[in-house]
Design a protein around this ligand. Sequence first.
Ligand code: SF4
Ligand code: SF4
Length: 471
Amino acid sequence: MTHGPEAKDELRHLPVINGRVARSSIRTDGQRVRVDPADTRGRFIRARRVVFVILIVAWILLPLIPIGGHPALFLDVDTRRFYVLGQVFNAQDTWLVFFLVTGAGFGLVYTTALLGRWWCGWACPQTVFLESFYRPIQRLVMGPREARLRLRARGGPAVFARRLLTHALYGVASVVVAHIFVGYFVSLPKLWAMMHEHPGAHATTFAWMLALSLLFYVDFGIFREQFCVVLCPYGRLQSVLLDDDSLVVGYDDARGEPRGKGKTKAAGRGDCVDCGRCVVVCPTGIDIRNGLQIDCIACAQCVDACDEIMDKLGRAPGLVRYDSLRGLRGEARRILRPRMVVYTGFLIAGIVAATLGFRKHEAFEANLLRLPGAPFTRDEGRIRNGFEIHLVNKSARPESFHVAPEEGAKETFIVPIADVTLEPLASQRLPVFVTVPQADFTHDHPIRLVIARGGPRPEKRVLSATFLGAR
Ligand code: SF4
Ligand code: SF4
């Protein structure tokens, strides 16, 4: 919040909730209100830090650790090959992205109905990067909130120099984050090699890295909570995704009100001592005591802040807590409710469809196709059909294949290339000629070929086509 002469004007333009001037990072006239959250201590901030470290380590390791000879996650846009945990996908598999996108979207809808905005407060990259890299930089150079406010009020060249340093470090952090991000598309070892060459040698990659660095700098260094409050579509959908039984961060109005300052509790007063700690720690600058607001990212910093105050006052924690709106009203929270039953039905249907879809993603593709031109030819008393096998190795490692007629076949098969080894996602066309003596031909009939993949995971597949001829 602004301090000084602009404060009055700012208050005039803040939204009013339940007759109170509400805290917000945006005024009713659209102006941004500066948010400078204070640090918190407590069980939730500790747990979140652990989660953030795990997520960041996973994010760094995914393009580094090899699975099946390739990075665990490598979206090779150059060759349009996508390596995901040992599986390789190509452009023909993009239909599977439908399951990934809808699955992630619906998973978020489902878990939001149950657990509220767990994603925003605990796992969203906006929160994870901001809280893990950028705010610590700000704290390191400018000090904690009170020191920052003092410095800002004082101004002068020394403060300017500190702010410059802060933003320079934001820039460095943004470049590092952008490099790892780009590593997902060119692989980290290749990126490392590129970094030792002139930027002009890899102009496109370099341009992407610069653009992403700028984007991250503006977002995490300047835009910050405005992304959650103004831009994020998931945040905008909260009013339809949440209901009275979803888990939210809320203030126990019945217990806290009427609020009043002072350590000793006067008769008839609630537990809230109106210290404002829950407000100053809020990264989106709201006052949770005004009720659930769309700006709340459920980070639980106000929970830790209030618990600390309650602890100092010798009162029970949980005046601000994770609970459902129903629970905050003193009623029992329902997990199983019509919305969850319908969602669970959709979830099961989605899982079944996705499982079937991914099972269709075969380790190799083999199709027996008739050669273009005449359907059959006659040659020295024999009828001849020409085919070709279109073979694609869709696994992440080189594979060997062997082509042979099915056992007991009456036709004569000529397979010029019976054995072939293909690199990942490589394909080859293998000609196959089938002949039948004219005298033995009675009618069109099916023919069968067996294609066998060797190696540690052998697999056989029978390909069939129709042998055509005339008597
Ligand atoms: S109100 Fe509490 S939980 Fe919501 S964003 Fe602010 S500090 Fe986080
Ligand atoms: S931190 Fe707790 S006691 Fe202090 S103002 Fe917020 S709700 Fe009231």
